[in-house]
Design a protein around this ligand. Structure first.
Ligand SMILES: [Zn+2]
Length: 257
């Protein structure tokens, strides 16, 4: 194996290691999470490059005797500087990083890297309001990566699509947590209400559209405050129930995220 290598990477976290060094968690498309050591104190050039949320190209050196990977250089392509100036953005990035770490990239480092870089780069270009909807889109896509995104294009009971024009614009559909699926306004009437979360039909349509649209097309869709609130509640419920561990960023970020 080649001892020196380079790869695309996002810096997810840094922890002090001894007096002058840091232990760095990187997300890479090929190897997923990489834990590497950064040598040098706070004033070193590398410390300003290898900072949290920076993404770019990293050069790694593997030392088999020490069983250690060292960061030898980092070429930053995006500093994501707005994250440190906005509390929501910084918590949203922490949530994405925690998900990637706790789910071990959801089983696909390539897709996990693509989702996180797309989310981070998109958020850097957006204001807080747009970033809030961006977080919902990211989490919905992450559910797909985890293989637990509910089918949202059609009613699981009768098969009617949620875009069916016969539904009233404000019709209410339901999310059924027992079956991890959606039920249309027509079927909801004859089903018991347990394990059901009501969501407006427009909200299911939005989620359904996200599944088929490209990220740039999806960014153009607009939703009002009420639909955003419903989708947010549903997506956070699904994410929190999808992994056995508590997500610290959601707990500490309560009221911010
Ligand atoms: Zn139905």
């Amino acid at each position: 194996m080649n001892r020196s290598s380079s790869t695309d990477a996002i810096v997810l976290s840094l922890r002090p290691l001894g007096e002058n060094n840091s232990s760095v968690t990187l997300l890479t498309p090929e190897a997923g999470l990489v834990y590497a050591v950064l040598y040098g104190g706070p004033k070193s050039r590398m410390r300003s490059l290898v900072a949290q949320w920076n993404s770019g190209k990293v050069w790694l050196y593997e030392n088999p005797e020490k069983n250690q990977i060292k960061i030898s250089d980092f070429e930053v392509s995006n500093y994501h500087t707005s994250f440190s100036q906005n509390l929501f953005k910084s918590y949203a990035a922490s949530l994405a990083a925690e998900l990637a770490i706790k789910t071990r990239c959801g089983g696909s480092s390539q897709q996990c890297f693509r989702l996180l870089s797309g989310f981070f780069d998109g958020m850097e270009l957006c204001d807080e309001e747009q970033s809030r909807v961006g977080l919902i889109r990211f989490l919905w896509r992450y559910l797909e990566l985890l293989g637990i995104q509910p089918v949202s294009h059609a009613c699981s009971s009768c098969g009617k699509t949620f875009f069916d024009t016969q539904f009233a614009p404000n019709a209410v559909s339901y999310y059924n947590s027992m079956e991890n699926s959606f039920i249309c306004p027509d079927c909801a009437g004859h089903l018991p209400g347990e394990n059901m979360l009501s969501v407006k039909n427009n909200a299911v349509q939005y989620l359904s559209a996200l599944t088929v649209l490209s990220p740039s097309e999806a960014r153009k869709l607009t939703i009002d405050e009420e639909i955003y609130g419903q989708i947010r509640q549903l997506v956070f419920f699904l994410i929190e129930n999808s992994i056995d561990q508590k997500l610290n960023s959601i707990e500490t970020g309560m009221g911010i995220l």
